[in-house]
Design a protein around this ligand. Structure first.
Ligand code: FAD
Length: 442
């Protein structure tokens, strides 16, 4: 029997997940993955690769993660898609016919149209090329300005400060980390950054970059102030790579390539997943942003199942996310209180501060938790956690799963958990139960 030919464009987590899903399937699929980056970065780790203590290779994704899993790997750029004759063409002039096509073209950093942005010593944070450049800039520069106080900008700020640089973050919104974090938690994290010597300028816009010499950048601000820097890091968000799809007549929007619940585009046998694909919130059912590696993997699994004939639907993104700021870790899943209000949900919130261990143990800290519920149906729609150590990821995962399963306040009050003096709060105390109890008083 002829093997089903699947062409995958893009070698990030979305593209690679499809390859891995095919590898574990017993079906007759032949996959070709075409990507234009010779070596992909492990993007999540790029900020942590700026100090050159570890070899650059540690921050790369080996191409063997494609070739060892039964797919043909082509390093080339796809320049066109012929959806009628079902083939893609590359800049090298090659043509690859497909039975099914997967668009996993990812996203690219937004380069804001600020005068001088094309000048020297200004870098984005995404690719291995960016990482090499950032290594070079941070090894010679002493003063860095980071434009954008989202989680990537803050991760870079912490790393550069730990390397001994003078670091300023410029954020045009009223607070840093506004897209992912509850305001109650941002204050503590901002204080920590300031205590460690990171300068935070919020409500402040960059209006121009001036380049007095090859190795200096003057960052001019809307307030009239100027910052002298040796280099600038841009982290103001990403834009989905939709152009290839749009050229082929596939429906796209500002939020990505249009897909249905099966991750199918409006072209026959063409799917999209990952950063490049449009996303729907699992909570609201409305279009949303959600450029996270985990979302890319979940969407890609749905695509692979459908190509393999399993008719799977994707329920929408929860946008579970976590980050670290010095010894703190924080994250959220679902909607913040403000997002829920903006979505028209009648919201009730619950807050808890619970000890991380039994009180007599050493190094006991406080875990701060905020849960957001829909007052009408009592379902959890979001939650955030701030604590010391790296455990927030597990807490956010729990909240994400509770949202995914449609858990109500009553479910959370009855939830059965584990405890141990060194590992968790005492038996009567639990971060989710206490936050829910608090919400019930309202
Ligand atoms: C600094 C940083 C930190 C991050 N940290 C986290 C984190 O902690 N947790 C988390 O969940 N997410 C994180 N993310 C987000 C995560 O990395 C992305 O969501 C994820 O990489 C998206 O995967 P993808 O496969 O959709 O796209 P990508 O990883 O962008 O891969 C797309 C690939 O397609 C290729 N491509 C595009 N067009 C073409 C074409 N025409 N022809 C051939 N190839 C093409 C691109 O070159 C690229 O290799 C971070 C991102 C960055 C930049």
């Amino acid at each position: 029997m002829k093997k089903r030919q699947v062409v995958i464009i893009g070698g990030g987590p979305a593209g690679r997940t499809i390859v891995h899903m095919f590898h574990t399937s017993d079906q007759n699929v032949s996959a070709t993955l075409i990507k234009d980056e010779r070596i992909n970065a492990n993007r999540c780790a790029v900020p942590y690769g700026i100090p050159d203590e570890k070899p650059l290779e540690k921050f790369q994704i080996p191409n063997a993660l494609v070739t060892d899993y039964g797919a043909e790997l082509v390093i080339d750029r796809v320049a066109g898609i012929d959806t009628i004759n079902k083939a893609v063409s590359t800049t090298a002039g090659d043509r690859y016919p497909y039975d099914d096509l997967v668009l996993s073209t990812g996203s690219r950093p937004v380069i804001p149209p600020i005068p001088g942005v094309e000048g020297q010593n200004i870098s984005a944070v995404r690719s291995i090329t960016d990482l090499s450049f950032l290594r070079q800039l941070a090894s010679t520069g002493k003063r860095a300005v980071i434009v954008g106080g989202g989680y990537i900008g803050i991760e870079v700020a912490v790393v550069l400060k730990q390397m001994g640089l003078d670091v300023t973050v410029v954020e045009m919104l009223p607070t840093i980390l506004m897209a992912t974090t509850e305001p109650e938690f941002v204050g503590r994290v901002a204080d920590e950054l300031v205590e460690k010597g990171v300068h935070l300028l919020t409500n402040e816009k960059v209006v121009e970059f001036v380049h007095p010499s090859d190795d200096q950048v003057v960052v001019k601000l809307g307030s009239g102030a100027s910052l002298a820097a040796d280099f600038v890091v841009l982290s103001v968000g990403v834009a989905p790579n939709t152009e290839l799809a749009a050229q082929a007549g596939i429906k796209t929007s500002r939020l990505g390539i249009g897909v249905d619940k099966h991750m199918r585009t409006d072209a026959k046998d063409v799917y999209a997943c990952g950063d490049c694909a449009g996303k729907t919130s699992l909570v609201t059912g409305q279009p949303t942003r959600g450029e996270f590696g985990t979302n890319a993997v979940f969407m890609a699994k749905t695509v692979a199942h459908n190509i393999l004939g399993k008719k799977k639907t994707f329920p929408g993104v929860i946008n579970a996310n976590v980050t670290a700021v010095y010894e703190w870790s924080l994250g959220s899943a679902g909607l913040t209180e403000q997002m829920a209000r903006d979505a028209g949900i009648d919201v009730v919130t619950g807050y808890s501060e619970v000890l991380s261990k039994y009180p007599m143990m050493n190094q006991v800290d406080t875990i701060r938790t905020k849960l957001v519920f829909n007052r009408d149906n009592r379902k959890i729609v979001g939650g955030s956690v701030l604590r010391k150590g790296n455990c927030s990821a597990h807490n956010v995962d729990f909240i994400s799963f509770a949202i995914q399963m449609g858990a109500t306040m009553d479910d959370l009050m009855d939830y059965q958990y584990a405890t141990h003096p060194e590992l968790a709060a005492k038996p009567s105390d639990n971060i989710y139960v206490f936050a829910t109890k608090n919400a019930l008083t309202k």
